[in-house]
Design a protein around this ligand. Structure first.
Ligand code: SIN
Ligand code: MN
Length: 271
């Protein structure tokens, strides 16, 4: 499947494209059956909130076949190739839980700043797809975007003081993100552009540019707001083998082109 010209124009203009009902209820329900076992794995790929709730699971495809097949679905791979203008590989893959009452914020950020600074990704020729496993609403910390902000290019931010002498990679996934929001810069940015809250039913999907500013508040509701985030990078944009690469489950070193499969591949092992 390919996006229409209007969809591509909208993505280029806003830095994201929001598509409701992109996944069916049957698909979402099937993916959700996999979540409890993934959350219960005791692994360094599981990141916790300060209060102990699960915040993220990195690289869920390493232990779960449904998540491996999901990244290959044509409706994700083909539009990503179309928007990036090349073949793609999966650079990063995570589940963000934003647990009921406990899930914390994600500060405003551009993904590319992290991938460039931490991993040496050369250009911003990468995008992420967010797949909503639950409804995102006013109360559970929906993804917020600053439409058009990708046009500012990568904005260099300072490392938050408390991380200056702390090289731990976990700072790049915590509620206090490693690179600090500069208040005066954001005042200018937010006066120039409006905030868009991506609210919608389970099955909604967002394709978003690696330079668009986004974030989310904490979850004040009694239900989780679980999103899957798959980052596709252009095959032409793999970071050079860095001196100090981040762990494989954060920034994949497997730069093989994703082989697109028909969308019913998700259910391959359902009898
Ligand atoms: C992200 O920026 O990676 C995720 C933000 C969110 O889950 O709200
Ligand atoms: Mn992000």
């Amino acid at each position: 499947m390919q996006f229409t010209k209007e969809q591509v124009n909208s993505y280029n203009e806003n830095g994201f494209l929001f598509l409701e009902n992109y996944f069916s209820k049957t698909e979402i329900d099937y993916i959700i059956t996999q979540i409890p076992s993934l959350l219960s794995e005791d692994t360094p790929r599981r990141i916790l909130e300060n209060n102990g709730a699960v915040r993220s699971i990195l690289a869920p495809n390493t232990t779960n076949k449904v998540f491996q097949r999901l990244l290959q679905l044509s409706k994700l791979v083909k539009p990503s190739m179309q928007l990036l203008g090349s073949e793609v590989y999966v650079y990063q893959y995570k589940i963000n839980v934003k647990a009921a009452l406990e899930g914390d914020k994600w500060d405003w950020h551009q993904d590319f700043l992290y991938w460039h600074k931490e991993d040496g990704m050369p250009r911003s020729q990468a995008l992420s797809v967010a797949i909503f496993l639950q409804e995102a609403n006013d109360f559970n910390g929906p993804l917020l975007f600053i439409p058009g902000s990708h046009k500012e290019g990568m904005v260099d931010l300072n490392v938050r003081k408390k991380y200056l002498n702390n090289p731990l990679w976990t700072a790049t996934f915590s509620a206090d993100l490693k690179y600090e929001v500069d208040k005066s810069f954001f005042e200018r940015l937010l006066n120039k552009y409006e905030i868009f809250a991506a609210k919608g039913a389970a099955g909604s999907v967002l394709f978003f540019d690696s330079n668009v500013f986004h974030g989310s508040t904490n979850n004040m509701s009694a239900k989780d707001r679980t999103n899957i985030l798959i980052t596709y990078n252009s095959l032409e944009n793999a970071p050079p083998t860095a001196k100090n690469p981040r762990l494989e489950f954060i920034a994949s070193l497997n730069c093989n082109s994703v082989i697109s499969m028909p969308d019913n591949f998700l259910f391959e092992d359902v009898v």
